[in-house]
Design a protein around this ligand. Structure first.
Ligand code: NAG
Ligand code: CU
Length: 158
C-alpha cells in the first residue's frame, strides 16, 4: 500500500513541518531562575538556536534588575548607555526582529561586571521568517518550498 504510505508521509509533513517552521518561540531568559545575578546565561543560550520572530522574556523583580540592549564594546565593558533606554517592567518581552548578535546587560551597578548578569545571543534569519525590509523574498521562499513539497508528495503518490 504505497499510496497509503505516501498519504501518511504527506500528513506527517503537513502536521509536523508546517507548525515547526511557522511557530515562533518565546524564551524565558534563565528559565525558572529568570534574569538574575550569578547565573551562567551563556550556558543557558548554548544549546538554543534563536530565530527572527522569536522573543526573549526577561523576568525579574521590578527595581531589582533591568535590561539594556547594548553593542559589543558596551557588553564587554558593562557600560550602561546614556540616556537611559533600559527595560524595567520586570517582565520585558524583547522580539528578535533582525539576525545577528544581540547583547543584553543588567544596568544595576556591578550586576553585569561583577555578577555575570549579561547575555549574548546570535539570531538566525531562518528560511521562513519575515524579512526585516518590506520584501516578500523569504515569504516567497517559504511558499515555494511548501509548493515543492506538495508537488513531490503528489508525484510520489502516483
Ligand atoms: C557602543 O555603544 C556606546 C553607548 O551607546 C557608544 O558610545 C559607542 O560608540 C558604541 N560603539 C560602537 C562600536 O558602536
Ligand atoms: Cu541586575
Amino acid at each position: 500500500m504505497a499510496t497509503f504510505t505516501h498519504i501518511v508521509v504527506f500528513a506527517i509533513l503537513a502536521v509536523v513541518l508546517l507548525p515547526a517552521t511557522t511557530m515562533a518561540t518565546d524564551y524565558v531568559v534563565g528559565d525558572d531562575s529568570g534574569w538574575t545575578t550569578n547565573y551562567d546565561y551563556q550556558a543557558w543560550a548554548k544549546d538554543k538556536v534563536f530565530y527572527v520572530g522569536d522573543k526573549l522574556v526577561f523576568k525579574y523583580p521590578q527595581n531589582v534588575h533591568n535590561v539594556y540592549k547594548v553593542n559589543a564594546s558596551s557588553f564587554a565593558s558593562c557600560t550602561v548607555p546614556t540616556p537611559s533606554t533600559g527595560l524595567t517592567s520586570g517582565n520585558d518581552v524583547v522580539p528578535l526582529v533582525a539576525p545577528g548578535k544581540k547583547w543584553y546587560i543588567c544596568g544595576v551597578e556591578g550586576h553585569c561586571k561583577d555578577l555575570g548578569q549579561r547575555l549574548v545571543i546570535d539570531v538566525q534569519q531562518g528560511w521562513m521568517a519575515p524579512a526585516p525590509a518590506p520584501s516578500s523574498a523569504t515569504v516567497f521562499g517559504y511558499k515555494t518550498f511548501m509548493a515543492i513539497i506538495s508537488v513531490l508528495a503528489m508525484i510520489a503518490m502516483f
